[in-house]
Design a protein around this ligand. Structure first.
Ligand code: HDD
Length: 698
């Protein structure tokens, strides 16, 4: 099956550089490009040098304004296919036939930081999908949280100004831990629910491939009979949803600022195509008022236990872009890009977005013709009377107005054509008013629902995150005001946060705002297929390593789809205990534990240099332990772990068998590692992190 998007891109592809000499923009061959034309060898440069002028002018104009939010991102192409027809609820053509694959382009992003900021900041992640359907482009412009910070889009500039760097010194980059954000939060309690998500591990995903996506708003499906059904969209990653820990995320910002972008790129290059299942929560229109919140309020979610998520299809990303700027930077999403069968609701946040996205593209992409760029161009035919403007690349013919007779009345209205978009008919009756609906008033129950749904370790991470963020806030009054709001969510949460930031705890512990919980909100329930595919495992080797042990575990991990790399003090190779040379993948000093999911410590003869004597290696192991990562040690490699026992690492006394305790897997039996050992390590990696370890003392 041909990919129409690929064909389109091939059409627009630049001339093959190998097909001829360097030219100017006008196609004139250039003799050489290293010296400007000058009057004499040591004389001034001549204005006549059109190649020099063109080259510098084009360079001076290479940058376009970055996105005001979501500036930093990574994109990929792929496809979507429905599991079965959704005709009962929607007439959208791309949701009818499991045999039809719709091409997609997805862009993931952080929100606060500029284009060059680090990936692993504490932030919401954008998850925007463009479906190139046969009935035109459909954009699902979502996030990895199911709720947003504000209820009405008129507050968006306020919220974004508050979270962006402080205006006087442009600090901090990519971070929300500063006064203006928390000032805004403490005065605008509708932010609290999204803030709970922001303080949770969801805000530091391990990978773009391992996070959920949400359409956030309540949208409307419309079927062929014009019947509407409320719908919320969910993306669930096949690999499960997994997160980093905060200390690790911060170190990652320095060790590899491109951590998430590289991860996505590398996985696709390796043929490990990320996959998500699209699910929908459907609410019949008759049930609009049967919830204790308003479906039009984007700070609320519908608990999955109340309205189950129904899987309707899957999306696979299988192709990296060829040119970041042309594709990922120039892609233009818009919530109002809908197709017949998908419509809006009166959610005031969504209504504002439907204005803002087109407006922003006009400034960002320099005019109205951005839909002609290859990445934005629909695969469905485009026939309009829109004309001219900057960057017009279509050579229109014929008339440019309607009605016309000179052009045979073309393009004609779609009229009764069933593929035409017809806005959903909704009766509206109301006075002109600038007031929030009372049904939007409860700002505390759902933050409490989220808190109640967390595992103990998730709660600990949330408290630590609040302490970190508020601890960076200079204005004590802002800290105290935030705690007062938290007290209305949950007294225990407020007291724990208050204790860490030096402000008084809540005077009287009130009843929690809600006693309900939704297990589906915890990362515990999002294990995906439970596999360890694409997990990165470091093997710390040195001269004298027992290569048979490495090989046996390496093969077992590779069979499960993990990516195993041997790290040695210097690059090149090491000499094994058998005297053979073994290739090394990377030099240990160039890497760090935070760039891997787990670590293996193989053994070697006791009289050879040991990993336990290498400070880089010991730091690597200590960090892996502190960040809850699986650690496996076999043979005399267990001695490396034993070296950390005085610092608090717990190791069972019995070494003569495979032991797995809190993700620390050990086996001192000599010889190649046993299948039981390898399996215990695989299981520990599949569990992602192990939280109940005793802390290290340094
Ligand atoms: Fe937005 C970009 C997601 C509320 C205005 N938004 C943008 C992107 C994502 C979202 C994923 C990046 C798209 C890309 O990769 O190019 N935004 C959301 C979600 C929201 C939300 C899930 C709430 C449910 N946004 C929102 C509001 C407004 C905007 C309320 C304005 C009223 N968003 C924009 C924007 C951006 C944008 C300024 C910046 C760049 C762009 O649109 O193309 O128009």
């Amino acid at each position: 099956m041909g990919d129409p998007k690929q064909e389109q891109r091939d059409f627009f592809r630049a001339e093959d550089p190998a097909s001829g000499p360097l030219t100017t923009d006008q196609g004139v061959p250039v003799d050489h490009t290293d010296d400007s034309l000058s009057a004499g060898e040591r004389g001034p440069t001549l204005l006549e040098d059109f190649h020099f002028r063109e080259k510098l002018t084009r360079f001076d104009h290479e940058r376009i304004p970055e996105r005001v939010v979501h500036a930093r991102g990574a994109g990929a192409y792929g496809y979507f296919e429905p599991y079965e027809s959704c005709a009962e609820f929607t007439r959208a053509a791309f949701l009818q036939d499991p045999a039809v694959r719709t091409p997609v382009f997805v862009r993931f992003s952080t929100v606060q930081g500029p284009k060059g900021s680090a990936d692993t900041v504490r932030d919401v992640r954008g998850f925007a999908t463009k479906f190139y359907t046969s009935e035109g482009n459909y954009d699902l412009v979502g996030n990895n949280f199911p709720v947003f910070f504000i209820q009405d889009g008129i507050k968006f500039p306020d919220f974004v100004h508050a979270v962006k760097p402080e205006p006087h010194n442009d600090i901090p980059t990519g971070a929300s831990a500063h006064d203006s954000l928390w000032d805004f939060v403490s005065l605008q309690p509708e932010t609290l629910h999204a803030i709970m998500w922001l303080m949770s591990d969801r805000a530091i995903p391990r990978s773009y491939r391992m996070m959920q996506g949400f359409g956030v708003h309540t949208f409307r499906f419309v079927n062929v009979d014009g019947k509407g059904t409320f719908v919320k969209f969910h993306w669930k990653p096949r690999l499960g949803a997994h997160s980093l820990v905060w200390d690790e995320a911060q170190e990652c910002q320095g060790r590899d600022p491109d951590f998430n972008r590289r991860d996505l790129w590398d996985a696709i290059e390796a043929g490990e195509f990320p996959e998500w299942e699209l699910g929908v929560q459907l609410v019949p229109e008759e049930d609009e008022f049967s919830f204790d919140f308003d479906l039009l309020d984007a700070t609320k979610l519908i608990p999955e236990e109340q309205v189950p998520v129904r899987p309707i299809g899957r999306m696979v990303l299988d192709r990296n872009p060829e040119n970041f700027f042309a594709e990922t930077e120039q892609v233009a999403f818009h919530t109002a890009n809908v197709v017949p069968g998908i419509d809006f609701t009166n959610d005031p946040l969504l209504q504002a977005r439907n204005f803002s996205y087109l407006d922003t593209q006009l400034i960002r992409l320099g005019g109205p013709n951005f839909a002609q760029l290859p990445v934005n161009r629909p695969v469905a035919p485009v026939r309009t009377n829109q004309r001219d403007g900057y960057g017009q690349s279509t050579i229109h013919r014929g008339t440019n107005y309607f009605p016309n007779s000179l052009g045979g009345g073309c393009p004609a209205h779609a009229g009764a054509d069933p593929h035409a978009f017809r806005h959903y008919t909704e009766k509206i009756d109301g006075a002109t008013i600038r007031r929030r609906s009372p049904s939007f008033e409860d700002h505390y129950s759902q933050p409490a629902l989220f808190w109640n749904s967390m595992a103990d370790w998730e709660k600990q991470h949330i408290v630590a995150a609040f302490r970190f963020e508020l601890g960076k806030v200079e204005a004590r009054a802002v800290r105290a005001r935030t705690v007062e709001h938290l007290a209305k969510v949950d007294g225990e949460l407020a007291a724990e946060v208050a204790r860490g930031i030096g402000v008084p705890g809540p005077a009287a512990v009130a009843e929690p705002a809600s006693k309900l919980s939704s297990p589906a909100l915890s990362l515990r329930s999002l294990r995906g297929d439970g596999s360890i595919r694409t997990r990165r495992i470091a093997v710390l080797v040195a001269d004298g390593v027992d290569a048979a042990q490495v090989t046996s575990v390496r093969e077992a991990l590779a069979a499960e789809g993990a990516l195993v790399e041997a790290l040695a003090p210097v690059d090149g190779s090491v000499t094994g205990s058998d005297g053979e040379r073994y290739a090394v993948d990377r030099a240990l000093p160039t890497m760090a534990s935070v760039l891997y999911d787990a670590v293996l410590l193989p053994g070697g003869p006791a009289d050879t240099p040991s990993t336990a004597e290498d400070p880089d290696a010991m730091r690597f192991v200590r960090d892996a332990y502190r960040h809850g990562k699986p650690i496996a040690a076999v043979g005399s490699g267990v001695g490396v772990l034993a070296a950390l026992e005085p610092q608090g690492l717990r190791l069972s006394a019995e070494f003569q068998q495979v032991l797995s305790d809190q993700g620390v897997v050990t086996d001192t039996t000599p010889g190649p590692a046993s299948p039981e050992f390898a399996q215990a390590f695989v299981d520990a990696i599949a569990a992602h992190r192990h939280w109940d370890r005793p802390p290290l003392r340094c």
